[in-house]
Design a protein around this ligand. Structure first.
Ligand code: MN
Length: 197
């Protein structure tokens, strides 16, 4: 069985960038439903005792869709800290500047990826095993874990992530994310790649 962790901040902590109402529905109803459905699907199967990330890598079809959405949402919500570090630092900052020239260019590239993703999905900043940075669009529940990448941060561009607060203005929602994404968390995920080498 997989368990949805509690949010590490209060539901109003991300306002005004993401409202308490959106957090409550998005985490309390959408994310919960992905966990509940995953648990219904794995009961009595080979997946029953697997950690969530392993289910994501090994499953497909409806189980993959629900397990991956469960994993993606925990990753998304646990990258926010309104009191966190709002500019990258250390090795990740150096790699961003080497790859994208500037942090602003990285943000613009991710925004463009979010704007041009047709329908529902995610924008990911990930690293490969050598620490090379890559920005990808994921349709629906698609996960960088399937490609052997290490996700560093993501933006949920399903309408349920922003419609209550931004209506159809997806680019405004994407811009607002940089006020609450904690680069310290993304930086630790990046540093962990090299600890394993
Ligand atoms: Mn979502």
């Amino acid at each position: 069985m997989v368990t949805q962790p509690s949010l590490p901040y209060s539901p109003d902590a991300l306002a005004p960038f993401i409202s308490e109402r959106t957090v409550s529905i998005h985490f309390g109803k959408h994310t919960k439903a992905y966990f509940d459905t995953t648990n219904q699907l794995i009961k009595g199967t080979e997946y029953e005792d697997m950690p969530l990330d392993e289910i994501v890598v090994k499953s497909d079809g409806i189980l993959f869709n629900n397990a991956s959405q469960a994993w993606n949402h925990i990753f998304y919500f646990f990258t926010f800290d309104p009191e966190g570090l709002h500019e990258p630092e250390g090795a990740l900052k150096r790699k961003i500047e080497e790859t994208f020239e500037s942090v602003d260019n990285l943000k613009e590239t991710m925004k463009e990826a979010g704007k041009t993703l047709f329908g529902s999905g995610w924008v990911w900043l990930s690293a490969d095993a050598d620490g090379k940075l890559i920005i990808t669009q994921g349709r629906n529940a698609e996960s960088p874990l399937k490609d052997g990448l290490t996700p560093l941060l993501c933006i949920d561009v399903w309408e349920h992530a922003y419609y209550l607060d931004y209506e159809n203005r997806r680019p405004d929602y994407i811009d607002a994310q940089w006020n609450i994404i904690d680069w310290k968390i993304a930086g630790q995920r990046y540093d962990n790649i090299f600890e394993d080498l």
